[in-house]
Design a protein. Structure first.
Length: 222
């Protein structure tokens, strides 16, 4: 679903998310889009016509492999951009982006953002900084895979991707994302369940956010 932006309300949301670079004239060329749970924001191979900024909700970027396997590349949260690699001509085609829960995002016509990238040095520097920070997060993800026990990494992931305390991801994909075997992952889920961090239900797991945060802190302090 799409609707025209209300400049004042969207500008306030962008300020709250520290995305004030996208206020002003860019809002005149934008719409707010809403996506339901499991609805695609983008399809793999599609042309990216708009830069998207998540205002609310969570999403995942996935890649379909030739063998039919689906790999999770990244999880997105409010404030994240979709299409920034296309903006800087580092990527020509989109990956699949799927809503984890109800997602609201600001969609700005790519030609308008490209124009701002060419004419506004401060905006160009901010985009470069944003992409660099995302790269550092990916490096940290792979570094943690080598230095932190799975129970700590899984606890952090459960907090990151759960919606209202409910975890619903596919564990086969999560095992690949965390770089572990499915057996190792299920064993760790069993540990978290037996220790009272999570509770199994029909949709997946209910999580105890505060207990999981405490567990993550133990891992950070170790």
């Amino acid at each position: 679903m799409m609707k025209k932006t209300t400049d004042s309300s969207v500008a306030q949301e962008l300020q709250r998310l520290h995305r004030a670079h996208f206020t002003g004239d860019l809002l005149k060329h934008s719409v707010v889009r809403t996506y339901d749970r499991n609805e695609p924001l983008l399809h793999q191979g599609a042309t990216v016509s708009h830069l998207l900024i998540l205002l609310a909700g969570k999403a995942r970027i996935v890649q379909q492999e030739p063998n039919g396997k689906t790999l999770i590349l990244q999880f997105l949260e409010p404030g994240d951009l979709i299409g920034e690699l296309t903006l800087v001509q580092a990527e020509e085609e989109a990956k699949d982006v799927v809503a984890i829960d109800t997602v609201r995002c600001l969609a700005i016509r790519m030609p308008e953002v490209e124009k701002m990238l060419r004419t506004d040095p401060a905006f160009s520097a901010w985009i470069a900084k944003y992409i660099g920070e995302k790269l550092l997060l990916r490096m940290t993800h792979f570094s943690n895979a080598q230095t932190f026990e799975l129970k700590y990494r899984l606890a952090a992931l459960l907090i990151e991707v759960s919606v209202n305390g409910q975890y619903c991801e596919k564990n086969t994909q999560i095992a690949d994302y965390l770089g572990v075997s499915y057996r190792h992952l299920t064993h760790t889920f069993k540990y978290l369940r037996e220790e009272g961090y999570i509770e199994k239900n029909k949709r997946g797991y209910r999580i105890d956010v505060e207990k999981l945060r405490a567990l993550v802190q133990v891992g950070n302090d170790a």
